[in-house]
Design a protein around this ligand. Structure first.
Ligand SMILES: NC(=O)c1ccc[n+]([C@@H]2O[C@H](COP(=O)([O-])OP(=O)(O)OC[C@H]3O[C@@H](n4cnc5c(N)ncnc54)[C@H](O)[C@@H]3O)[C@@H](O)[C@H]2O)c1
Length: 418
């Protein structure tokens, strides 16, 4: 069996935890030989886990890119660095790139990367992991099999979950538009990609509305403190950092997993959390006003073949998981991730229901998508005839949709033609 030499740049929640750990488990297929991260503690943690030697660890991307270190590079740095790093990887001669989404929110960068990848023949797989889940594949198979006739519209509700929104988009990396891509791209390029995947066509028109309504200074409760641990609402506010991190971590069996391990690379304990919440960004009141990204947004896309897709990104949900409904001329399909259900409802005939958990034994990491994508990547690398589902050109389409949605939202929902 061929072993693919792999380098990872950005060994954080995605590069280290989600992909690195699984790649490392697949030791007969992949061999992690080099890591690059700006953080010494990340290099320490993951070099030990993956058995990477000291001379192959890099704090500085310029040092890392002085040589080609592997055949495959996993790029899991933050949103605005992806294209710069990918272009360096192409120049350095990497043959395969696994590139975290979003690619970029800059059209010129999207075009430049596409052109460079085409010219060099480098294969780029974009981490639109949902396409690789067994459940989404099943939906597509049922749709393409004709069970609901001709597809007319799609509804996609992206339930971000109140605590996830607070973690990533009020307190975390994606809270401010000056540092990161717009919410509809950062969180929802997956959903826009799924809309085009199900529609089977390119988007022609987009319009969108949405705003940041709640997580603002003016909504701060009377007498609330700037930090949760010394706030009088510490045990009652839904967004209290103590409740979201310390209490939830204890309730969930004190596991070393996302989102808890985003706060620290140390072994997690109540003491470690308390230290982080006393001084770091994750202990701040959600009404401090450090954030500016929308907390709800609706996008309507009309595709070339007349299919209309509707996406609602919603911070204010108790749990996470998408609900997707496909409406066809002779039936409908309902997918509810949290309810563990795919229901096929042909008109005038009996329904067929599937439990998602019975379709696969691995629902970890985006419904199993993180791992299945790494499996698919191996097929692409070792079997010349396997195509990349989430190729650069496919993925750029969903990014153009996101940019059009953001343009429309900023112009009070004006229609944008792609
Ligand atoms: N595919 C998905 O479903 C999915 C889910 C979550 C996040 N993401 C994306 O994955 C990317 C990484 O997110 P994350 O949650 O892992 O963030 P993170 O902050 O946990 O990890 C990013 C890591 O990159 C390192 N880094 C940043 N710039 C660097 C540079 N120039 N050189 C070397 N290291 C550098 C940081 O030190 C950090 O360890 C983001 O772009 C995010 O939008 C994708």
């Amino acid at each position: 069996m061929q072993t693919v030499k792999t380098a990872i740049i950005g060994v954080g929640a995605r590069g280290g935890e989600a992909y690195g750990k699984y790649i490392n488990e697949c030791a007969d297929k992949y061999d992690i030989v080099s890591l690059c991260d700006r953080s010494q503690s990340k290099l320490d943690k993951y070099s030990e886990l993956f058995g990477v030697t000291a001379e192959n660890l890099f704090l500085d991307e310029n040092e890392f890119f002085k040589e080609k270190r592997a055949d495959l590079i996993v790029i899991a740095t933050l949103d605005r660095d992806h294209v710069r790093v990918a272009l360096k990887a192409i120049e350095r001669g990497y043959k395969y790139i696994l590139l975290e989404k979003p690619i970029s929110d800059n059209v010129d960068e999207l075009r430049a990367l596409n052109a460079a990848a085409k010219k060099s023949g480098v294969i780029v797989m974009v981490c639109h992991v949902l396409r690789y889940t067994v459940a989404i594949r099943k939906l597509k198979e049922i749709l393409d099999g004709g069970a609901i006739g001709r597809l007319i519209t799609i509804d996609d509700l992206e339930q971000v979950a109140y605590w996830h929104y607070a973690h990533s988009y009020v307190r975390g990396n994606w809270r401010n538009g000056k540092d990161t891509t717009p919410m509809i791209m950062a969180k929802c390029c997956h959903d826009l990609d799924l809309l085009q995947y199900f529609a089977g066509a390119k988007a022609r028109y987009i319009n969108s509305c949405g705003d940041l309504t709640y997580f603002k200074k003016e909504n701060k409760p009377d007498g609330a403190s700037d930090r949760c641990l010394d706030c009088k609402y510490v045990d009652t506010c839904a967004y209290s950092a103590k409740r979201i991190y310390i209490d939830a971590w204890k309730r969930n069996g004190e596991k070393d997993e996302w989102p808890f391990n985003v706060l620290s690379d140390k072994k997690l304990s109540e003491e470690v959390f308390t230290d982080c919440l006393k001084s770091g960004r994750y202990g701040e009141c959600v009404f401090n006003g450090q954030n500016d990204v929308v907390d709800h947004q609706v996008v309507t896309a009309t595709f070339d073949n007349g299919v209309v897709g509707n996406l609602k990104m919603m911070a204010f949900t108790k749990g996470g998981g998408r609900i997707i409904k496909l409406f066809g001329t002779v039936g409908e399909i309902m997918y509810d991730e949290a309810a563990d259900l795919i229901s096929v409802r042909p008109f005038g005939k009996d329904n067929t229901d599937y439990k998602i958990s019975e379709l696969t034994d691995d629902l970890s990491g985006h419904g199993g998508g993180d791992h299945r994508m790494i499996d698919a990547l191996y097929e692409v690398i070792t079997n010349g005839s396997a195509a990349v589902d989430t190729s650069l050109s496919n993925s750029i389409e969903s990014h153009l949709m996101a940019l059009a949605a953001e343009e429309s939202r900023k112009n009070n929902g004006a229609l944008v033609e792609l």
